[in-house]
Write a protein that binds this ligand. Sequence first.
Ligand code: FAD
Length: 387
Amino acid sequence: MTEILHAFREEHEIALTESMQGLISRHLPEERVAEADRNRTFLRDVWKTLGENGMLGLGMPVDCGGSGGGVAESTIVTRELARVFPSMAVDYVLCGMVGRTIIDSGQHTDLIAGLASGERIYSYALSEPGGGSDLLALRTQAKFEDGSWRINGQKLWISLANEADLIFVLARTDKPEEGRSQASGLSLLIVPADQPGVQANKVNLAIMRAAGTCEVFFTDAIAPADSIVGERGRGLHALRGTLDVERVLSAAISLGIGHGALDLVLRYVNEREAFGGPISRYQAVQHPLAESAAELTAASLLVEHAARLIDAGKPASQESAMAKLVAAECVSRLVDHASRVMGAMGIAEESAMQRFLRDARLQLFSPVNNDLVRSIIAQGLGMPRSY
Ligand SMILES: Cc1cc2nc3c(=O)[nH]c(=O)nc-3n(C[C@H](O)[C@H](O)[C@H](O)COP(=O)(O)OP(=O)(O)OC[C@H]3O[C@@H](n4cnc5c(N)ncnc54)[C@H](O)[C@@H]3O)c2cc1C
Protein backbone atom coordinates (compact mmCIF):
# COMPACT_ATOMS: atom_id res chain seq x y z
CA MET A 1 0.00 0.00 0.00
CA THR A 2 2.80 2.48 0.76
CA GLU A 3 4.08 2.06 -2.73
CA ILE A 4 1.01 3.74 -4.26
CA LEU A 5 2.61 7.11 -3.80
CA HIS A 6 6.06 6.06 -4.96
CA ALA A 7 4.96 6.86 -8.51
CA PHE A 8 4.81 10.57 -7.56
CA ARG A 9 7.80 10.63 -5.24
CA GLU A 10 11.20 12.00 -5.95
CA GLU A 11 14.19 9.73 -5.41
CA HIS A 12 15.23 11.38 -2.15
CA GLU A 13 11.71 10.87 -0.76
CA ILE A 14 11.81 7.17 -1.55
CA ALA A 15 15.24 7.00 0.11
CA LEU A 16 13.83 8.82 3.17
CA THR A 17 10.93 6.34 3.41
CA GLU A 18 13.33 3.41 3.25
CA SER A 19 15.71 4.97 5.73
CA MET A 20 12.86 5.57 8.20
CA GLN A 21 11.59 2.02 7.72
CA GLY A 22 15.12 0.75 8.42
CA LEU A 23 15.38 2.79 11.63
CA ILE A 24 12.00 1.53 12.77
CA SER A 25 12.76 -2.11 12.13
CA ARG A 26 16.03 -1.80 14.10
CA HIS A 27 14.80 0.33 17.00
CA LEU A 28 11.05 -0.18 17.29
CA PRO A 29 10.27 -3.90 17.08
CA GLU A 30 6.68 -4.73 18.02
CA GLU A 31 7.65 -6.15 21.45
CA ARG A 32 9.36 -2.87 22.39
CA VAL A 33 6.46 -0.74 21.18
CA ALA A 34 3.92 -2.95 23.00
CA GLU A 35 5.89 -2.73 26.24
CA ALA A 36 6.35 1.05 26.00
CA ASP A 37 2.65 1.46 25.25
CA ARG A 38 1.63 -0.77 28.15
CA ASN A 39 3.97 1.04 30.58
CA ARG A 40 3.28 4.48 29.08
CA THR A 41 6.98 5.06 28.48
CA PHE A 42 8.53 7.68 26.23
CA LEU A 43 11.49 6.03 24.48
CA ARG A 44 14.11 8.73 24.76
CA ASP A 45 16.86 6.60 23.20
CA VAL A 46 14.76 6.13 20.05
CA TRP A 47 13.97 9.84 20.04
CA LYS A 48 17.69 10.63 20.09
CA THR A 49 18.29 8.12 17.29
CA LEU A 50 15.66 9.92 15.22
CA GLY A 51 17.51 13.16 15.96
CA GLU A 52 20.92 11.73 15.05
CA ASN A 53 19.48 10.56 11.75
CA GLY A 54 18.09 13.99 10.89
CA MET A 55 14.41 13.07 11.29
CA LEU A 56 13.59 15.55 14.07
CA GLY A 57 15.02 18.52 12.15
CA LEU A 58 12.99 18.00 8.98
CA GLY A 59 11.09 21.10 7.89
CA MET A 60 13.66 23.33 9.62
CA PRO A 61 16.45 25.01 7.64
CA VAL A 62 19.94 23.53 7.74
CA ASP A 63 21.55 26.89 8.62
CA CYS A 64 19.50 26.96 11.84
CA GLY A 65 20.53 23.43 12.80
CA GLY A 66 17.63 21.63 11.12
CA SER A 67 17.75 19.03 8.35
CA GLY A 68 15.97 21.03 5.65
CA GLY A 69 13.18 19.51 3.59
CA GLY A 70 9.57 20.50 3.75
CA VAL A 71 6.17 19.24 4.75
CA ALA A 72 6.28 16.43 2.17
CA GLU A 73 9.34 14.94 3.90
CA SER A 74 7.87 15.40 7.40
CA THR A 75 4.71 13.68 6.20
CA ILE A 76 6.71 10.62 5.17
CA VAL A 77 8.44 10.33 8.54
CA THR A 78 5.23 10.95 10.50
CA ARG A 79 3.36 8.31 8.54
CA GLU A 80 6.08 5.67 8.89
CA LEU A 81 6.33 6.31 12.64
CA ALA A 82 2.56 6.16 13.13
CA ARG A 83 2.42 2.93 11.17
CA VAL A 84 4.23 1.28 14.06
CA PHE A 85 3.99 3.57 17.09
CA PRO A 86 1.28 6.26 16.86
CA SER A 87 2.11 7.67 20.34
CA MET A 88 5.59 8.61 19.21
CA ALA A 89 4.22 10.09 15.99
CA VAL A 90 2.05 12.45 18.08
CA ASP A 91 5.15 13.64 19.94
CA TYR A 92 7.01 13.93 16.65
CA VAL A 93 4.34 16.23 15.22
CA LEU A 94 3.84 18.37 18.34
CA CYS A 95 7.53 18.93 19.11
CA GLY A 96 8.07 19.63 15.42
CA MET A 97 5.33 22.27 15.57
CA VAL A 98 7.38 24.19 18.12
CA GLY A 99 10.32 24.19 15.70
CA ARG A 100 8.15 25.38 12.84
CA THR A 101 6.71 28.18 14.97
CA ILE A 102 10.23 29.31 15.88
CA ILE A 103 11.30 29.27 12.23
CA ASP A 104 8.15 31.09 11.18
CA SER A 105 8.80 33.86 13.72
CA GLY A 106 12.48 34.22 12.73
CA GLN A 107 13.29 34.54 16.45
CA HIS A 108 15.00 32.22 18.94
CA THR A 109 16.39 30.16 16.06
CA ASP A 110 19.35 29.14 18.28
CA LEU A 111 16.87 26.76 19.94
CA ILE A 112 16.48 24.66 16.79
CA ALA A 113 19.75 22.70 17.01
CA GLY A 114 18.86 21.17 20.41
CA LEU A 115 15.39 20.22 19.20
CA ALA A 116 16.64 18.74 15.93
CA SER A 117 19.33 16.63 17.60
CA GLY A 118 16.84 15.20 20.11
CA GLU A 119 18.98 16.47 23.01
CA ARG A 120 16.32 18.94 24.07
CA ILE A 121 12.55 18.61 24.14
CA TYR A 122 10.12 21.48 23.74
CA SER A 123 6.41 21.11 24.52
CA TYR A 124 3.59 22.99 22.92
CA ALA A 125 1.11 24.12 25.59
CA LEU A 126 -2.11 25.59 24.24
CA SER A 127 -4.99 23.48 25.63
CA GLU A 128 -6.45 24.12 29.06
CA PRO A 129 -9.15 22.50 31.21
CA GLY A 130 -11.60 25.17 30.05
CA GLY A 131 -10.35 25.62 26.49
CA GLY A 132 -9.35 22.97 23.96
CA SER A 133 -11.09 23.73 20.67
CA ASP A 134 -12.02 27.13 22.07
CA LEU A 135 -8.53 28.50 22.66
CA LEU A 136 -9.83 31.99 23.31
CA ALA A 137 -11.32 30.73 26.57
CA LEU A 138 -7.86 30.16 28.01
CA ARG A 139 -7.16 31.55 31.48
CA THR A 140 -3.39 31.27 31.88
CA GLN A 141 -1.93 34.71 32.56
CA ALA A 142 1.56 36.12 32.11
CA LYS A 143 2.45 39.42 33.81
CA PHE A 144 5.62 41.38 33.25
CA GLU A 145 7.09 42.18 36.68
CA ASP A 146 10.60 43.15 37.81
CA GLY A 147 12.16 42.49 34.43
CA SER A 148 10.70 39.05 33.75
CA TRP A 149 7.43 37.28 32.97
CA ARG A 150 5.48 35.63 35.78
CA ILE A 151 3.13 32.90 34.58
CA ASN A 152 0.12 31.50 36.44
CA GLY A 153 -2.43 29.00 35.21
CA GLN A 154 -2.96 25.44 34.11
CA LYS A 155 -2.51 23.59 30.84
CA LEU A 156 -3.96 20.18 30.07
CA TRP A 157 -3.19 17.31 27.66
CA ILE A 158 0.31 18.64 26.94
CA SER A 159 2.54 16.12 25.18
CA LEU A 160 5.92 15.44 26.82
CA ALA A 161 5.66 18.34 29.27
CA ASN A 162 7.24 16.11 31.93
CA GLU A 163 10.25 15.48 29.67
CA ALA A 164 10.52 19.02 28.32
CA ASP A 165 13.33 21.52 28.77
CA LEU A 166 11.13 24.34 27.53
CA ILE A 167 7.37 24.73 27.38
CA PHE A 168 5.89 27.06 24.78
CA VAL A 169 2.88 28.50 26.57
CA LEU A 170 0.00 30.46 25.11
CA ALA A 171 -1.06 32.94 27.80
CA ARG A 172 -2.88 36.22 28.18
CA THR A 173 -0.35 39.03 28.59
CA ASP A 174 -2.68 41.95 27.83
CA LYS A 175 -6.38 42.80 27.86
CA PRO A 176 -8.00 42.44 24.43
CA GLU A 177 -7.71 45.72 22.57
CA GLU A 178 -10.98 47.62 22.34
CA GLY A 179 -13.03 46.59 19.34
CA ARG A 180 -10.79 43.61 18.64
CA SER A 181 -11.39 39.91 19.33
CA GLN A 182 -10.35 38.02 22.47
CA ALA A 183 -7.39 36.78 20.42
CA SER A 184 -5.63 40.10 20.83
CA GLY A 185 -3.57 40.18 24.00
CA LEU A 186 -2.58 36.50 23.87
CA SER A 187 1.16 35.82 23.61
CA LEU A 188 3.30 32.75 23.08
CA LEU A 189 6.02 32.54 25.74
CA ILE A 190 8.99 30.22 26.16
CA VAL A 191 8.97 28.98 29.74
CA PRO A 192 11.89 26.95 31.19
CA ALA A 193 10.40 23.73 32.57
CA ASP A 194 12.98 23.08 35.27
CA GLN A 195 11.85 25.49 37.99
CA PRO A 196 9.71 25.21 41.13
CA GLY A 197 6.86 27.17 39.53
CA VAL A 198 6.30 24.51 36.85
CA GLN A 199 4.75 21.20 37.83
CA ALA A 200 4.04 18.66 35.08
CA ASN A 201 2.17 15.47 35.94
CA LYS A 202 1.42 12.65 33.58
CA VAL A 203 -2.26 11.93 32.92
CA ASN A 204 -3.21 8.38 32.05
CA LEU A 205 -5.18 8.16 28.84
CA ALA A 206 -6.66 5.04 27.26
CA ILE A 207 -5.29 6.12 23.88
CA MET A 208 -1.82 7.18 22.76
CA ARG A 209 -0.64 5.79 26.07
CA ALA A 210 3.07 6.42 25.47
CA ALA A 211 2.75 9.99 24.19
CA GLY A 212 3.55 11.41 27.64
CA THR A 213 0.36 13.46 27.95
CA CYS A 214 0.52 15.81 30.95
CA GLU A 215 -1.28 18.40 32.98
CA VAL A 216 0.94 21.36 33.80
CA PHE A 217 0.55 23.84 36.65
CA PHE A 218 2.27 27.23 36.47
CA THR A 219 2.55 28.92 39.85
CA ASP A 220 4.53 32.14 39.61
CA ALA A 221 6.69 30.47 36.98
CA ILE A 222 9.36 32.78 35.61
CA ALA A 223 10.33 33.37 31.99
CA PRO A 224 12.99 35.82 30.80
CA ALA A 225 11.96 39.20 29.38
CA ASP A 226 12.77 38.14 25.82
CA SER A 227 10.75 34.92 25.88
CA ILE A 228 7.95 35.97 23.59
CA VAL A 229 7.73 34.26 20.20
CA GLY A 230 6.42 36.62 17.54
CA GLU A 231 4.83 39.82 18.75
CA ARG A 232 3.50 40.51 22.23
CA GLY A 233 -0.30 40.21 22.17
CA ARG A 234 -0.27 38.38 18.84
CA GLY A 235 0.40 34.82 19.99
CA LEU A 236 -2.34 33.31 17.86
CA HIS A 237 -0.87 35.09 14.88
CA ALA A 238 2.49 33.44 15.66
CA LEU A 239 0.78 30.04 15.58
CA ARG A 240 -1.46 30.66 12.61
CA GLY A 241 1.28 30.21 10.01
CA THR A 242 1.83 26.63 11.15
CA LEU A 243 -1.79 25.48 11.44
CA ASP A 244 -2.00 24.06 7.93
CA VAL A 245 1.18 22.07 8.52
CA GLU A 246 -0.18 20.72 11.79
CA ARG A 247 -3.34 19.54 10.02
CA VAL A 248 -1.41 17.83 7.25
CA LEU A 249 0.90 16.09 9.71
CA SER A 250 -2.06 15.04 11.83
CA ALA A 251 -3.52 13.54 8.66
CA ALA A 252 -0.20 11.73 8.14
CA ILE A 253 -0.61 10.14 11.59
CA SER A 254 -4.02 8.88 10.45
CA LEU A 255 -2.50 7.46 7.27
CA GLY A 256 0.21 5.69 9.28
CA ILE A 257 -2.35 4.12 11.63
CA GLY A 258 -4.41 3.11 8.59
CA HIS A 259 -1.47 1.49 6.80
CA GLY A 260 -0.31 -0.29 9.96
CA ALA A 261 -3.79 -1.65 10.66
CA LEU A 262 -4.37 -2.68 7.05
CA ASP A 263 -1.04 -4.54 6.78
CA LEU A 264 -1.86 -6.37 9.99
CA VAL A 265 -5.41 -7.34 9.12
CA LEU A 266 -4.51 -8.49 5.62
CA ARG A 267 -1.90 -10.86 7.04
CA TYR A 268 -4.41 -12.08 9.60
CA VAL A 269 -7.39 -12.79 7.31
CA ASN A 270 -5.25 -14.78 4.92
CA GLU A 271 -3.88 -16.95 7.74
CA ARG A 272 -6.93 -17.33 9.97
CA GLU A 273 -9.08 -20.28 9.02
CA ALA A 274 -12.76 -20.86 9.77
CA PHE A 275 -15.12 -23.47 8.30
CA GLY A 276 -12.34 -25.10 6.33
CA GLY A 277 -10.50 -22.17 4.74
CA PRO A 278 -9.06 -18.68 5.25
CA ILE A 279 -11.61 -16.08 6.35
CA SER A 280 -10.34 -13.82 3.55
CA ARG A 281 -12.51 -15.78 1.10
CA TYR A 282 -15.73 -14.29 2.53
CA GLN A 283 -17.11 -11.16 0.88
CA ALA A 284 -18.17 -9.90 4.31
CA VAL A 285 -14.46 -9.81 5.16
CA GLN A 286 -13.25 -8.60 1.78
CA HIS A 287 -15.62 -5.73 1.04
CA PRO A 288 -15.06 -3.50 4.08
CA LEU A 289 -11.32 -3.94 3.76
CA ALA A 290 -11.40 -3.23 0.03
CA GLU A 291 -13.42 -0.09 0.70
CA SER A 292 -11.04 0.99 3.46
CA ALA A 293 -8.03 0.49 1.19
CA ALA A 294 -9.70 2.63 -1.48
CA GLU A 295 -10.48 5.37 1.05
CA LEU A 296 -6.96 5.25 2.46
CA THR A 297 -5.53 5.68 -1.02
CA ALA A 298 -7.79 8.67 -1.67
CA ALA A 299 -6.83 10.19 1.69
CA SER A 300 -3.12 9.64 0.92
CA LEU A 301 -3.45 11.59 -2.31
CA LEU A 302 -5.23 14.43 -0.53
CA VAL A 303 -2.51 14.59 2.14
CA GLU A 304 0.20 14.53 -0.52
CA HIS A 305 -1.55 17.30 -2.45
CA ALA A 306 -1.89 19.55 0.62
CA ALA A 307 1.75 18.96 1.65
CA ARG A 308 3.01 19.85 -1.82
CA LEU A 309 0.88 23.00 -1.96
CA ILE A 310 2.33 24.19 1.35
CA ASP A 311 5.87 23.39 0.20
CA ALA A 312 5.23 25.35 -3.00
CA GLY A 313 4.16 28.36 -0.90
CA LYS A 314 0.61 28.22 -2.26
CA PRO A 315 -2.59 28.71 -0.22
CA ALA A 316 -3.51 25.34 1.28
CA SER A 317 -5.90 25.95 4.16
CA GLN A 318 -8.87 24.24 2.54
CA GLU A 319 -6.79 21.32 1.30
CA SER A 320 -5.06 20.87 4.69
CA ALA A 321 -8.38 20.93 6.54
CA MET A 322 -9.87 18.46 4.05
CA ALA A 323 -6.86 16.16 4.35
CA LYS A 324 -7.13 16.21 8.15
CA LEU A 325 -10.85 15.46 8.06
CA VAL A 326 -10.86 12.78 5.37
CA ALA A 327 -7.82 10.91 6.73
CA ALA A 328 -9.15 10.90 10.32
CA GLU A 329 -12.64 9.72 9.38
CA CYS A 330 -11.34 7.10 6.97
CA VAL A 331 -8.90 5.62 9.47
CA SER A 332 -11.60 5.54 12.11
CA ARG A 333 -13.76 3.36 9.83
CA LEU A 334 -10.76 1.29 8.77
CA VAL A 335 -9.67 0.28 12.28
CA ASP A 336 -13.27 -0.52 13.16
CA HIS A 337 -13.61 -2.92 10.19
CA ALA A 338 -10.13 -4.34 10.70
CA SER A 339 -10.61 -5.12 14.37
CA ARG A 340 -14.06 -6.60 13.71
CA VAL A 341 -12.80 -9.10 11.16
CA MET A 342 -10.06 -10.11 13.59
CA GLY A 343 -12.69 -11.08 16.16
CA ALA A 344 -11.29 -11.50 19.67
CA MET A 345 -7.75 -11.14 18.32
CA GLY A 346 -8.67 -7.59 17.25
CA ILE A 347 -8.85 -6.54 20.87
CA ALA A 348 -6.27 -8.88 22.42
CA GLU A 349 -3.41 -7.16 24.24
CA GLU A 350 -0.92 -9.26 22.25
CA SER A 351 -2.10 -7.83 18.94
CA ALA A 352 -1.15 -4.35 17.73
CA MET A 353 -4.69 -4.00 16.39
CA GLN A 354 -6.07 -2.97 19.79
CA ARG A 355 -3.50 -0.16 19.83
CA PHE A 356 -4.47 1.05 16.37
CA LEU A 357 -8.15 0.85 17.36
CA ARG A 358 -7.59 2.99 20.44
CA ASP A 359 -5.08 5.41 18.95
CA ALA A 360 -7.21 6.20 15.88
CA ARG A 361 -9.69 7.81 18.29
CA LEU A 362 -7.39 10.80 18.85
CA GLN A 363 -7.54 11.67 15.18
CA LEU A 364 -11.22 12.62 15.40
CA PHE A 365 -10.71 15.52 17.79
CA SER A 366 -7.06 16.52 17.91
CA PRO A 367 -5.22 18.76 17.23
CA VAL A 368 -8.55 20.25 16.16
CA ASN A 369 -11.90 18.49 16.33
CA ASN A 370 -13.42 17.33 13.07
CA ASP A 371 -16.67 19.24 13.58
CA LEU A 372 -14.70 22.45 13.77
CA VAL A 373 -12.75 21.36 10.68
CA ARG A 374 -16.06 20.88 8.84
CA SER A 375 -17.06 24.42 9.85
CA ILE A 376 -13.71 25.78 8.64
CA ILE A 377 -14.14 24.04 5.29
CA ALA A 378 -17.73 25.33 5.02
CA GLN A 379 -16.47 28.85 5.65
CA GLY A 380 -13.89 28.36 2.90
CA LEU A 381 -16.76 27.40 0.62
CA GLY A 382 -18.31 30.81 1.19
CA MET A 383 -20.76 29.98 3.98
CA PRO A 384 -20.92 32.11 7.12
CA ARG A 385 -18.58 31.44 10.04
CA SER A 386 -20.56 29.21 12.41
CA TYR A 387 -18.32 28.95 15.49
C1 FAD B 1 -2.88 12.41 23.32
C2 FAD B 1 -3.14 13.89 23.31
C3 FAD B 1 -2.09 14.76 23.11
C4 FAD B 1 -2.31 16.16 23.11
N1 FAD B 1 -1.24 17.00 23.01
C5 FAD B 1 -1.44 18.33 23.13
C6 FAD B 1 -0.32 19.23 23.18
O1 FAD B 1 0.85 18.82 23.12
N2 FAD B 1 -0.58 20.58 23.32
C7 FAD B 1 -1.85 21.06 23.43
O2 FAD B 1 -2.00 22.28 23.55
N3 FAD B 1 -2.93 20.24 23.39
C8 FAD B 1 -2.75 18.89 23.25
N4 FAD B 1 -3.84 18.04 23.25
C9 FAD B 1 -5.19 18.59 23.37
C10 FAD B 1 -5.97 18.52 22.07
O3 FAD B 1 -5.45 19.45 21.14
C11 FAD B 1 -7.46 18.80 22.44
O4 FAD B 1 -7.92 17.60 23.01
C12 FAD B 1 -8.28 19.22 21.26
O5 FAD B 1 -7.95 20.52 20.86
C13 FAD B 1 -9.79 19.18 21.58
O6 FAD B 1 -10.04 19.92 22.75
P1 FAD B 1 -10.92 19.26 23.94
O7 FAD B 1 -10.40 17.89 24.19
O8 FAD B 1 -10.91 20.23 25.05
O9 FAD B 1 -12.36 19.08 23.34
P2 FAD B 1 -13.50 20.21 23.29
O10 FAD B 1 -12.94 21.48 22.82
O11 FAD B 1 -14.21 20.19 24.60
O12 FAD B 1 -14.46 19.61 22.20
C14 FAD B 1 -15.24 18.44 22.48
C15 FAD B 1 -16.18 18.20 21.33
O13 FAD B 1 -17.11 19.28 21.23
C16 FAD B 1 -17.48 19.46 19.89
N5 FAD B 1 -17.16 20.84 19.49
C17 FAD B 1 -16.34 21.72 20.12
N6 FAD B 1 -16.29 22.88 19.47
C18 FAD B 1 -17.10 22.76 18.39
C19 FAD B 1 -17.47 23.63 17.32
N7 FAD B 1 -17.00 24.88 17.22
N8 FAD B 1 -18.30 23.14 16.38
C20 FAD B 1 -18.76 21.89 16.48
N9 FAD B 1 -18.46 21.03 17.47
C21 FAD B 1 -17.64 21.45 18.41
C22 FAD B 1 -16.69 18.46 19.06
O14 FAD B 1 -17.46 17.31 18.85
C23 FAD B 1 -15.52 18.16 19.96
O15 FAD B 1 -14.90 16.91 19.69
C24 FAD B 1 -3.64 16.65 23.25
C25 FAD B 1 -4.70 15.76 23.44
C26 FAD B 1 -4.46 14.40 23.48
C27 FAD B 1 -5.63 13.46 23.74
